[in-house]
Design a protein around this ligand. Sequence first.
Ligand SMILES: [Zn+2]
Length: 533
Amino acid sequence: MAVRFEDEMLILDAGMGFPEETAYGVDVCIPDFDFLEEYREYITAIVLTHGHEDHLGALPYILKKFNVPVYCSHFTAGLAESKLEEHGLTGDTLIHRVAPRDVVDIGAFSVEFIRVSHSLIDCFSLAIKTPVGTIIHTGDYKVDETPVIGEPIDLRSFRRYGQEGVLALLSDSTNATVPGRTPSERAVIPAFQEIFSEAHGRIIVAAFASSIHRLQIVLDVAQQFDRRVCVLGRSMQKNVEVADRLGYLDTPENLLVSLNEAKQMSDDEIVFLVTGSQGESRAALSQMATQSYKGLTIEEGDTVVLSARIIPGNERLISRMIGNIYKRGANIIEEKRRLVHVSGHASQEDIKIMTEAVRPKFVVPIHGEYRMLFRHKEFVKNHLGYAESNIVLIENGDVLELDGEHAAVVNRREIGRTFIDETGFEEIESETVKQRKQMAYEGIVTLIVIVNAETGELESPPEIVPRGVRGFDTTNGHIKDAQRIVAAAISGASRETLRDESLLKEHVRIELKRFIQRLTGARPVILPVVRQI
Ligand SMILES: [Zn+2]
């Protein structure tokens, strides 16, 4: 999201997401930042609410295009820095670390950072004073009065703004369909204590690497039950390292052990804290369940705890992984069986607390799918007495104009997506993704044509090799027909076409493409190779 007043613009968060449909080898996508080009001179800063990937993941990519100062909390800065390091951007970026209740003047704006609770630590809402009024951007939040790490949500500051008058509340909608209050991070402690007291073998806990409160709970309960903890998986190790170094995690000496140390210990002395709660095939848990991860496999007597929610779209992967864990004879405990996970987002009663504290003129639901934004709107209308005209639904690309009196969507921009190849941190052209998709759905045909440079005649019959094209293969005589079509295309080609290899290539490609499409309805990728001898 970007907030602009005249010729000054702040960018709020820069996240990455996952492509909705399979994008063939693309793991993540980020917004196409080209739409910001026209505001290049206006952008003064990037302000981050917290360190989750969907708020921070695109930071290196946007900084490569717009190198402006970044404002964020200490912990968010820790995560941002390790990310920038991976991209070789350290030293080029100015990161300002801010604390709760800090107020920073950035041109026409003044931004106060308000502490909120979430599944991550050191998270902020932003109160942005603008010349036309104050807007509050909640970031991701829930109302947690007893977080595991740090202070509770700072409702007092929200109320202070409510008394002064707030023009608009841009508010997290992720859990707007969920009635009641979101439980505190502490709510999972009893279930963990039960599980630890019942387990006689090894315990393996899979959680989101960013759920720092949860990691602390696992460390605490492990200590209580005289177990050591071994952290596995790259992102989990990185986050534990950053949180520990910055003093957010309480890790008594000797509690954390290396994999080698863990292997020496007896089964009832160890807990593995691992990545892979979503069944990701390359992550630690999945590998332990199918083959082995650094010499570790899940065995009979192990207790596996899935301490995370199922992200929609991952159901099948997770279900298969759970099956594999059962096959190995281990016990598995997930959210549905015991309270081993709570959400980090505001449910309806949390939204009520926030909205009543801030008492904004306009409510703008943000974060989440359209269905959630809509339900957020309905809830605010039906339960908090807001008029339809004071709730604005916006989607990606919408330009919302606030003048102090009115709020209206005045423009709608097309915002594309940029695909990222995570192994090389490189952008993948959308054309490449399109080609991969076409090959996957329609197959591929190579066509090799050798012509005499003097006469322009075929030296040998065209070679046609299809792969994965439905109804067009080597068994049904279609290849012979296709060869005739290509041969005819060459004998009918003009002198000019025959002299120019690239023209000839395109000519035979189009003829073959038309033939296959007419014959089978398929539209494979056709790779023509033309050689003149
Ligand atoms: Zn978040």
